[in-house]
Write a protein that binds this ligand. Structure first.
Ligand code: UD1
Length: 418
């Protein structure tokens, strides 16, 4: 799919963010654990969510998804998800819960954005400690579960978001077992998943800290739960507005994004924080330096977008990427637009630049968002091939771009190759 973006735009107006993709995916995966009907609100209508829903349906969860609401029930679970799921990395989250529920699960190796090695060793090592036997066969991973030890202690070598979520969900139904996980991820989406599980009667303490304890229960109760707003979607729009000097109100986001707002304020951004929204004002931003890292450090998912702010700030900037070793694909695309940007090891150097329209190609999700906003602020129109990647994580994007004063149209839809 190819999109044309009209350039010379100021990103301004009022826009609302949807529910967080990175909360929705683990929350949906954890529906394989339920016994009673649950209702979840604010699930974003994006293609990664559609993919996860097809996977949990294939596992036997009945799902109804309309108007951002998911109702789900479980009748007959099946641990084998044949050829679905290689597209999103979060598919790995089904391995442990399905093994506990059905005795044996088998899934394809997870896919997702090509932003580095993204191994799953922390997930698998943790599952083994929980008493799950793991076999890796070609493109498949098989997990067999009989019984877990009474007390399990897992120390993660890195605070992986996915592994923290995966081990937490897998432990919830291990009745008679106490699991303590240390060096956990503290991302707001990990907390959201924990709150969702607790709302169904799971016994979890320490969410939001680097030590989580789970006492297994027999089964989970019904619940009605609303997930948090998408801080990465909000951050993308916020950086877009700051980079073009527009005034933008972003609704639907709470204090999950405070660490980014505080950093942006420190470098000169004018941002007003209201109870459930942010207002961005025209600002003079200084050149900046930051490193990405696990929460509460700066999120890697907003690293590509920050290059845009580097182009419009006063003086050179430097970003060090410490989470994914090859999250630099946007750099080549931005260079096509005349940007002064280069990569040196895991450091990106950015100088103030004037961008012009160009023929661009989308790669991973956040990079495609970055070049879309770069195209909006550039002088003259741009075309972006493989634009569909952006719909993996940005709900109603074309309408929202319009709300922010950006004109984008789809000019080519690829024919399905059968
Ligand atoms: C999640 C987010 C993603 C975000 C990332 C980091 C979802 C669906 N995706 O991805 O948007 O960019 O957190 O904030 O929530 N690692 C290992 N072994 C493992 C697991 C991870 O080496 O078993 C490494 C990864 O290669 C990477 C780092 O740890 O370098 C962070 O990965 P992780 O926190 O697991 O990210 P995801 O859960 O995949």
């Amino acid at each position: 799919m190819k999109a044309k973006i009209r350039g010379n735009s100021k990103i301004e107006g009022e826009v609302s963010v949807g529910g967080a993709k990175n909360s929705a995916l683990p929350v949906l995966a954890s529906l394989t654990l339920i016994s009673k009907e649950v209702l979840i609100e604010k699930i974003p209508d994006i293609s990664d969510v559609a993919e996860m829903i097809s996977m949990i349906r294939a596992a036997g969860v009945s799902v109804n998804f309309t108007k951002n609401k998911v109702t789900a029930r479980v009748s007959n679970l099946n641990g084998e998800i044949k050829d679905l799921g290689s597209k999103i990395r979060a598919s790995i989250l089904l391995l442990g819960p399905l093994a506990v529920r059905t005795g044996r699960s088998r899934i394809l190796y997870p896919g997702g954005c090509q932003i580095g090695e993204r191994p799953i060793d922390i997930h698998l090592e943790g599952l083994r400690k929980l008493g799950i036997d793991i076999k890796e066969e070609g493109d498949f991973i098989e997990a067999n579960f009989v019984k877990s030890p009474r007390n399990v202690k897992i120390e993660m070598r890195f605070p992986s978001v996915g592994a923290t979520e995966h081990l937490m969900m897998t432990s919830v139904l291990l009745k008679g077992t106490t699991v303590e996980i240390s060096n956990c991820a503290r991302e707001p989406e990990v907390v959201d998943l924990g709150r969702f599980l607790i709302s169904m009667g799971a016994r979890i303490s320490g969410i939001g800290t680097d030590r989580i304890r789970i006492d297994g229960v027999e089964n989970l109760d019904s619940t009605i739960y609303s997930i948090i707003g998408d801080r990465i979607e909000a951050g993308t729009y916020m950086i877009g507005a700051l980079s073009t000097g527009g005034t933008l109100k972003i609704n639907g986001i709470g204090n999950e994004i405070d660490n980014v707002v505080n950093f942006l304020k420190k470098i000169g951004s004018k941002i007003e924080v209201l109870p459930n929204s942010l207002v961005i004002y025209p600002s003079n931003v200084k050149g900046f330096h930051f490193m990405t890292g696990p929460y509460p450090e700066f999120p890697t998912d907003l690293q590509p977008q920050m290059a845009l702010l580097g182009f419009s700030s006063e003086g050179p900037s430097e970003i060090v990427e410490r989470v994914f070793e090859s999250r630099f694909k946007h750099v080549e695309e931005l260079k096509k637009m005349g940007a002064d940007i280069s990569v040196d090891g895991n450091k990106i150097n950015i100088k103030p630049s004037k961008l012009h329209g160009a023929m661009l190609v989308g790669n991973d999700l956040r990079e495609t968002a970055t070049i879309t906003f770069a195209a909006a602020m550039a002088d003259g129109p741009s075309e972006i091939d493989k634009f569909e990647i952006i719909f993996r994580g940005y709900e109603n994007l074309l309408e929202k771009l319009k709300d922010m004063g950006i004109f984008a149209e789809i000019i080519q839809i690829d024919r399905e190759v059968s």
